[in-house]
Design a protein around this ligand. Structure first.
Ligand code: ADP
Length: 219
């Protein structure tokens, strides 16, 4: 199967999310066609993105003129105007785009986008809200939920893990989490082994089921 990861991407809607996404893709070396209906935003980004156009993505003819049907992948980064987000996504489906990513601002919005044929739906504000809640309300320094029920947390080791080797702590059977890597002040992250002995000021990355990681971070 062909590797399509580096195929050009059309990004529609250049608000905060869409413009960051388009700039990051371009930075990574992916060719981007960026589209927004506001001439001002297009002008502001024109110096940083090679292919950028002012167009209304709810107009199928405008999409055709831009060559959108030739793209394998598209991102609909329109959020607040739900009508435009839905209509644009449905036109991309109609144009036969194989890989459509769409941003939603609520779960219901996301469900509609999936129903009409978006292949991937992302909820950046919702996901970030959940993530920050773990940081605000707990001891975690960072938190990322990588699957429905699996997470990675960056935290300091709880008292009972300090000064003994990880093997001796029986962490997996006791708390059902794994310490994946460790960073001592001023050093780089290294993989943790059963012989690793943690210090108070170390930073660790812990992996496990969401409830287990949350419980571990409360220790
Ligand atoms: P963010 O929260 O990431 O800033 P917004 O939903 O506020 O996202 O911004 C979406 C962008 O999509 C805006 O720049 C807006 O001009 C653009 N947009 C909205 N409707 C259309 C449309 N029909 N065609 C093209 N661009 C659109």
């Amino acid at each position: 199967m062909a590797d399509r990861r580096h195929d050009p991407v059309v990004v529609i809607g250049l608000g905060r999310f869409g413009s960051s996404l388009a700039l990051e893709l371009a930075e990574q070396g992916t060719e981007v066609l960026a589209v927004d209906h506001r001439p001002k935003i297009v002008q502001a980004l024109a110096g940083q993105l090679t292919h950028i156009a002012t167009a209304d993505s709810t107009d199928i003819e405008a999409l055709r003129q831009l060559g959108v049907p030739d793209f394998y992948r598209a991102v609909v980064a329109i959020g607040s105007d739900i009508e435009a987000s839905i209509l644009t996504t449905s036109l991309l489906v109609e144009l036969g785009i194989d890989d459509i990513w769409a941003k939603a601002i609520s779960r219901q919005h996301g469900r509609i986008l999936e129903r009409i044929g978006a292949h991937h739906v992302v909820l950046p504000e919702h996901d970030m809200g959940e993530r920050v809640a773990h940081l605000v309300a707990g001891r975690m320094l960072d938190y990322i939920q990588v699957d429905e029920n699996f997470a990675l947390a960056k935290t300091h080791p709880p008292r009972e893990l300090v000064g003994v080797s990880l093997g001796e702590t029986r962490l997996r059977s006791k708390y059902a989490v794994t310490v994946v890597c460790v960073k001592s002040p001023g050093e780089d992250f290294t993989y943790a082994t059963t012989d690793t002995v943690l210090r108070y000021d170390d930073i660790i990355i812990v992996a496990g089921r969401v409830d287990k990681v949350e419980r571990f971070a409360e220790l």
